[in-house]
Design a protein around this ligand. Structure first.
Ligand code: FE2
Ligand code: FE2
Length: 254
């Protein structure tokens, strides 16, 4: 079935996730052309992954005052990578480019580069070929996805979601669309207390980061900071007793 995205379809598709298995890391050893070992983390998109990122330890990065929590990665610091990133106050990176794009949601603090300041709640897309020298005066925490843009997706996006217009979604849900390109959609979804959805399947998969509250389905509870990657055609019936806010991507896992 081809991915269709229109307003009616979105109401039907948003949001949930499936917990079929896991919460485990899948780490595989690989070797490059020179025989050097490189690590791959959670790159089998047919597997369900659930990670409570608040329980992960920070790992070091090439910059002494920037730390990461890797969630999925093709190679260390290269290829398809998704991670939580922390800039200590005053942290500054050298200018770098984004060969296949960079997508950021600012979780805490204020992120900056030579083009502007991006407070908590800002959604950024730096398209392939763009470059910048980021820093954070007072520190920040980010959700970052590298090298995952589709060919031809060249739109730069800077959206402070604190001031954006939400629209009604299914039932009591509210939806703030962030980006749509060839059926791959990213949005914020607000679940008020007691909100429910209907059973549904994820054509092209579904990726969620719980920003606030606790997201739930028939399989488990997912508190703030939980990252869920549900594979193509996975299913579930989500709800939230106490309410929650989630960042959702759909259709990108095939
Ligand atoms: Fe879902
Ligand atoms: Fe960057």
């Amino acid at each position: 079935m081809a991915e269709q995205v229109d307003a009616r379809d979105l109401k039907e598709k948003w949001f949930g996730l499936t917990l079929l298995f896991s919460g485990r890391f899948f780490i595989m050893e690989k070797r490059d052309a020179e025989g050097m070992m490189v690590e791959s983390l959670n790159m089998d998109f047919t597997k369900k992954v659930v990670i409570n990122t608040e329980q992960l330890e920070w790992t070091t990065s090439p910059s002494p005052d920037v730390f990461k929590k890797p969630l999925e990665m093709e190679q260390q610091e290269a290829g398809h990578v998704t991670f939580i990133e922390k800039y200590e106050p005053g942290a500054r990176l050298t200018s770098h480019s984004h060969p296949k794009g960079e997508e950021i949601f600012v979780l805490e603090g204020t992120f900056s580069d030579e083009f502007g300041e991006y407070p908590s709640g800002t959604y950024l897309r730096n398209p392939p070929g763009s470059s910048h020298a980021p820093f954070s005066k007072d520190g920040c925490v980010l959700f970052v996805k590298h090298n995952q843009f589709l060919e031809g997706d060249s739109t730069k996006v800077v959206l402070d979601t604190n001031y954006a217009a939400w629209v009604p979604g299914f039932g009591k849900l509210k939806v703030l669309s962030l980006h749509l390109y060839e059926g791959k959609h990213t949005a914020l979804v607000y679940w008020p207390e007691g909100a429910t959805f209907q059973p549904h399947a994820h054509h092209g998969g579904e990726e969620i980061l719980v920003l606030n509250g606790t997201f739930q389905d028939e399989h488990n509870n997912y508190p703030k900071g939980t990252w869920i990657r549900s594979h193509h055609l996975s299913q579930h019936n989500p709800f939230s007793k106490g309410g929650c806010l989630i960042l959702v991507k759909i259709g990108h896992l095939i």
